[in-house]
Design a protein around this ligand. Structure first.
Ligand code: ADP
Ligand code: MG
Length: 697
């Protein structure tokens, strides 16, 4: 899918004047005392010593003990990065964490963000070639390997939040281990006076400039918030494990007596109960929900209820936090609530370990999260599923950071006992098309034999290989084609890069890139709790008969015609932050196209059929046909697919549709749906769906 949602530009350093340097240092001095209070401070000497001694070190510590913000600084202070030569990379599974932590660390170091300390995430780079501490997403570092196979610019890579075992963290673990060994081998050969490349790992063999640069050892630091560090240690040749003692106050846990039919309802009632029955001075409330939709629903419920609270009850300040939320709003979460106000933070599992929110004493745990699921018959979908026991403990722990706290689980104790101890690593349950393409592009030919920490299911790997073959990124021997190499240059799911590729011949790169950028954000429209109908009506103005892809395009055109005007956005319920982000993404993609010899200005004018056909050349596996009973059935898996209620095609019947992604809630919902001619599907992928051409009337 369009992957993680993305916040708008936080920007920073470059806009501030030079005179601010003094302030940076004053602020850093202020923060110094706070830093020294953190539990990890006591382990500073031991950490630095172990990292000097060993190639890989595993560090385990409670959330909030200071791992993410402090350890990279210790390494910086101890000279692990050489100014202008090498840097320390710290990877995060989430964009929000990468940006907000970078901001905090820049403050603590006393430098402008983007100078000595910076971040780089997809479509957004706030760093320079002098940056010594770079926070980035794990996906971004994976992409860097494509252009810098030995990651020469880094002396240390800190893999943070490793316990989450996201797909990209797992791939990165394998790649980093290879790179560490590759660099070691290089050094040994250089020491023996042997020519570089001879006998070296084939993947790095053609990297000719060799030892000239005097390649150093790659230090790897794996950081985790849970105790199961042995597997990481074993994976890295029995690397030492350091434990940082945490500081945790007791948390009293409550369960519901009976299972709750509707956790959203239960969540908002629990919040109101806490708020009315405990004084607001007893601390803020953090609610864990599955995703953005949940959060918006509970926000609405709370807004309605808050209007009817007695005067004497302090106000509620609801702060949502999820990946797609604009950065300015994300920052609100970290601000203390004003007087006579209690903060209620509505979060996804982003707040479970990667962000520490101050002031929380009450945690409400819905017991669910959203995970990627993969079924070859359906493709990838997002599923709302029960969390693991270890997640439930992490969530409860958030209430006891500053003082004794309370955790309200919206499920029964018996249900808790039934939960799996740990979540299944993502690599075992998601679509692998993009990472297989990346592995191939990084020179890993034998993907099935790659040294995964947990091997993905064979059928998922095979499915990815087949899909890449159908997309013509691999040839029939499984080798990367020229097109595949080209597609791997894009930080996009291969389906999108294929669509962009197709737009060259079709002469509509401008439109296709616009739409790809539009699909990269979750909510283009803003739907206030009390104005759903008005918002719906405003959206109708942009609707295209052909579906959502072209609807989004007409929205973008109207937004541009209005010059991105604030009032215009307000009037049309358009999410201005999201639109600005779309423009950022579009600009990056446009540059990439120009670099890869595609004219990004090519436009097809008024006839937009070619645009949909380009998308189809990447999304032929996301098609469904209208059945005699009026339902849609997916072509690749014969599943019944429902058009999402927010879609322009909701309630409409058309012979065939294709969609951007499937979301599984109570049933399979297709999001971002467009109408197509079945014949086009046959033409987009004759190998798979040629039969549709002969069946057509
Ligand atoms: P860990 O990685 O071990 O979970 P962190 O390094 O993220 O711990 O956080 C350590 C402490 O730094 C937190 O307890 C919090 O007090 C403080 N902190 C981190 N980020 C911020 C921020 N953005 N604003 C204010 N304080 C922060
Ligand atoms: Mg952390």
């Amino acid at each position: 899918g369009a992957q993680e949602g993305e916040g708008a530009h936080g920007g920073g350093a470059k806009r501030r004047g030079k005179g601010a340097a003094v302030d940076h240092r004053a602020r850093a001095r202020e923060l110094r005392a706070q830093r020294e209070q953190l539990p990890v401070f006591g382990a500073r000497g031991a950490i630095v010593r172990e990292v000097r001694r060993h190639a890989t070190v595993v560090i385990v510590g409670e959330t909030g003990s200071g791992k993410t913000t402090q350890i990279p600084q210790y390494l910086l202070e101890s000279g692990f990065s050489r100014y202008g030569e090498t840097a320390i990379a710290v990877t995060q599974p989430r964009r929000v964490a990468a940006t907000s932590v970078a901001k905090r660390v820049a403050e603590e170091v006393g430098t402008a963000l983007g100078a000595r300390v910076g971040y780089t995430i997809r479509f957004e780079d706030c760093s320079c070639d002098k940056t010594q501490l770079r926070f980035c997403t794990d996906g971004l570092l994976l992409r860097e390997i494509l252009s810098d196979p030995l990651l020469r610019r880094y002396s240390v890579v800190v893999l943070d939040e490793a316990h989450e075992r996201t797909l990209r963290t797992d791939i990165l673990l394998g790649m980093l281990r290879d790179i560490q060994r590759g660099r070691r081998r290089r050094r040994q050969l250089a020491a023996q006076g042997q020519p570089q490349g001879a006998g070296a790992h084939t993947r790095f063999g053609d990297d000719a400039d060799g030892a000239a640069a005097g390649i150093g050892e790659l230090k790897i630091i794996v950081m985790s918030a849970t105790l199961d560090a042995d597997r990481f240690s074993a994976y890295f040749d029995d690397a030492p494990v350091l434990y940082v003692a945490g500081r945790q106050f007791p948390v009293t846990t409550y369960y519901t007596v009976a299972p709750q039919a509707d956790y959203l309802d239960a969540a908002h009632l629990t919040v109101l109960q806490i708020h009315t029955e405990t004084p607001s001075t007893s601390g803020d409330i953090l609610v864990f929900l599955a995703g953005q939709e949940d959060i918006e629903n509970v926000e609405r419920l709370l807004a309605e209820a808050a209007a009817h609270l007695p005067r004497a009850v302090p106000r509620l300040l609801v702060c949502p936090i999820f990946a797609a939320l604009p950065q300015a709003q994300q920052a609100l979460v970290f601000e203390p609530a004003p007087e006579f106000t209690r903060k209620v933070v509505l979060a996804t599992n982003i707040a479970e370990t990667s962000l520490t929110i101050p002031g929380i004493r009450h945690v409400v745990d819905s017991g669910v999260h959203k995970v990627r699921g993969f079924d070859p018959r359906i493709g990838e979908s997002l599923l709302v599923e029960p969390i693991s026991r270890s997640s439930a403990r992490q969530r409860a722990g958030r209430a006891g950071r500053e003082a004794a706290g309370f955790c309200y689980r919206l499920y029964t104790e018996a249900d808790f006992a039934q939960l799996p101890e740990d979540a299944v690593p993502e690599i075992r349950r998601c679509q692998l098309t993009m990472v297989v393409l990346q592995l191939k592009a990084a020179g890993v030919d034998d993907v099935l034999g790659f040294g995964f920490m947990d091997a993905p299911p064979k059928r998922a790997l095979k499915h990815a290989l087949l899909e890449l073959y159908a997309l013509e990124a691999l040839d029939d021997r499984g080798a990367l084609t020229a097109l595949g190499r080209w597609m791997a240059e894009f930080p996009l799911d291969p389906s999108y890069s294929k669509a962009i590729y197709a737009s060259r011949a079709a002469g509509c790169t401008r439109e296709v890139v616009d739409i790809v950028a539009l699909l990269s954000v979750d909510s283009l429209f803003y739907v206030p709790a009390d104005k759903r109908d008005e918002s719906n009506q405003a959206q109708a103005a942009f609707r295209s008969r052909d579906g959502d892809h072209l609807t989004y395009l007409s929205l973008l055109r109207a937004y541009q015609a209005a010059g991105g005007d604030k009032d215009w956005c307000h009037e049309h319920f358009v999410n201005r932050c999201a639109m600005r982000h779309v423009l950022d993404v579009r600009q990056q993609l446009t540059r990439l196209c120009a670099r890869l010899a595609i004219d990004p200005a090519q436009s097809c004018g008024a006839d937009l059929d070619p645009v949909l056909r380009c998308f189809l050349s990447g999304f032929f596996h996301n098609c469904a046909l209208l059945q005699p009973d009026g339902s849609y059935r997916s072509l690749n898996g014969s599943q019944t697919v429902h058009v999402h209620p927010g879609s322009a095609l909701f309630g409409k019947k058309t012979p065939a549709i294709f969609y951007d992604q499937l979301v599984f809630t109570s049933r399979l919902h297709a999001r971002a749906v467009s109408a197509v001619d079945p014949l086009w599907i046959a033409q987009a992928s004759p190998k798979l769906y040629g039969r549709l051409a002969s069946a057509a009337p």
